[in-house]
Write a protein that binds this ligand. Structure first.
Ligand code: ADP
Ligand code: MG
Length: 229
């Protein structure tokens, strides 16, 4: 398959580039950050006072882009444990709230747990937050992101639905989501969904995207359920 080939090739490229560049860029970056922070403390320079928060913010953004690339190239070992999914989602909601309210978005999560899954807490949070972040970013003016969980005790799975009423995607866009570098955002990296898909697959789960242009998107994550503790 041509698409699969493209995926593998680009992935190798990301890995090599990221591994050789990320560390080397990071060190001078944190030095610069340190000096800016130092210089902007007790300064009488109005311009420095005014613009240093902006400089620091952009440096942090650069750093987080590099971190994302590193995650792709050098994934750390999964630390498997029994995770309370409902609490993991609750944490994600808390962490995404500032971005949501800044974007006039309400995150609506009704905790219907407890549900336990086997996974790595840090990675699972990252996966869910990537999806929630996309949902928030898809909403142009104001809207709602709904998170629903639902267990299937016959299949022994739990489904997490993350639903937004944002701009939605065309079927062409839907096909490309998850490919490295695929982004329609000016400040996007096109890595979030790829990392999410990878994490969910490693947890032996599945992820599906359904979308209608102008109406919104639903991301369906299905994970194997553990017996409640
Ligand atoms: P990024 O967020 O950096 O663009 P992602 O891999 O997270 O990278 O997403 C890739 C693209 O998929 C986005 O740029 C966007 O076009 C599309 N997308 C993902 N989630 C949604 C969503 N909930 N609604 C609309 N489009 C989405
Ligand atoms: Mg994203």
């Amino acid at each position: 398959q041509v698409n699969e080939m493209m995926y593998v090739d680009k992935l190798t490229m990301v890995g090599q580039l990221a591994a050789s560049m990320a560390h080397e860029i990071r060190n001078p970056l944190s030095t610069v950050r340190g000096f800016i922070q130092f210089l902007s403390q007790d300064t009488s320079d109005e311009n420095l006072k005014k613009y240093s928060p902006l400089i620091l913010e952009e440096l942090d953004r650069t750093n987080s882009i590099i971190t994302n690339y590193l995650k792709v190239s050098k994934p750390e070992q999964f630390q498997l444990s029994h995770l309370p999914l409902h609490e993991v989602i609750q944490d994600c909601v808390l962490l995404m709230r500032p971005l949501a309210s800044y974007s006039n978005v309400v995150i609506d999560y009704e905790d219907t747990g407890p549900f336990y899954v086997q996974g790595d807490e840090h990675y699972l949070k990252q996966a869910i937050m990537n999806v929630v972040k996309n949902a928030i970013e898809s909403i142009p003016e104001q809207g709602i992101v709904k998170i629903l969980t639902h267990a299937d005790y016959y299949q022994n799975t739990v489904e997490v639905n993350i639903e937004d009423n944002g701009r939605g995607m065309t079927s062409e866009q839907l096909q490309q989501i998850g490919l490295p570098f695929y982004t329609t955002k000016t400040k996007g990296t096109g890595l979030g969904s790829m990392v999410t898909n990878k994490i969910i697959r490693e947890m032996e789960g599945s992820i599906e995207y359904e979308s209608t242009v102008g109406k919104g998107t639903t991301v369906k994550i299905v994970l194997p359920l553990l017996k409640s503790e």
